[in-house]
Design a protein around this ligand. Sequence first.
Ligand code: FAD
Length: 330
Amino acid sequence: MADVWTLSEYSEHGMKDVSLELLGRGRALADSLGVSLAAVVLGHGIEESALQSLIEHGADVVYVADDPCLADFTCESYANVLVPLIKEHKPQVMIAAATTTGRTLMPYVAVQVHAGLTADCTELAIEPGTGNLLQTRPAIGGNIMATIKSPDHRPQMATIRPRSTKKPMRDGSRVGTIVHIPPSPSWKNACVEVLGLRSLEGQNASIEEAEIVVSGGKGLKKRDNFTLVEDLAKALGGEVGASRDAVDRGWAAYPHQVGLSGKTVSPRLYVAVGISGAIQHLAGIKTAKCIVAINHDEHANILDLADFALVGDLFTILPEIQKRLEARRQ
Ligand code: FAD
């Protein structure tokens, strides 16, 4: 029986937490099928301790491609490594996190290996009897949970929402195999050369992995007021999100958009400020653990989903919260 594979993401800060979470999912699937779990990691200057941490969090095998041309993520060069590897080893399941990298790379690879792909899953399981991967994700604007399978093609590919499961416990006694893939000139992306990376407007927009997200909507009225949301996110140690209306008005950049045509977030705490809770926005926050809504309309949709509601004028409530946070800090 072929293996279960996970795609691991490496940055200069080490292995991303989301990749360790993914190993928990992968381990459960591999155990159900009675096969091995492999982690694939691509990058440059990957530290041995980071590879070891993949084994300690559940991988039996780690395939590593380390080359200067993989230092920065580009879809084509990463696929140039992954596609031949999949064709050679024929895993039956390949999962990645629904991060920008996973969401960009997996469809590109799926087309090249003629496999099905389910994006943005919240649950994965193995179907008893057939061994097919059951891939569950919200559908129709988050109103139903759809379970999807791809029985005819392998690998069965899926991306999984970050923070939809806990990171497995580290077990320092686990042993596994690290396989270094020999670099190949075919890895190089002939079309795109990365000259450098610059963060957008100096803001970190990795809201999918954030533990706390504070989002602002049209209720903020104008760009200048959006700093109230940014200040609260900063005070809480979180990231800034936005509704599509706020993004369309240029109050926040697109990578901050939460919802159907933006990003899906699964933070511990989601604060929605001046957001009505349109179905397209709610689709992006269904897996948040705790939702706090600040809205002056007690009939706003967002209040139906919220765990806590502060009904009132956001221009009074936000400064008051800041004042209390400040008092607690002293
Ligand atoms: P509004 O709906 O105008 O809500 C503003 C809220 O602020 C209101 O509830 C109001 O009561 C409150 N408010 C106003 N003043 C105050 C005050 N002083 N104090 C407190 N509360 C106040 N939207 C997304 O967000 N993300 C998406 O990814 C997305 N994708 C879409 C895809 C499609 C195909 C379509 C058709 C739409 C999509 N939308 C998306 C748009 C969505 O339908 C809504 O238009 C949008 O979410 C509304 O944004 P909002 O909540 O900021 O604005």
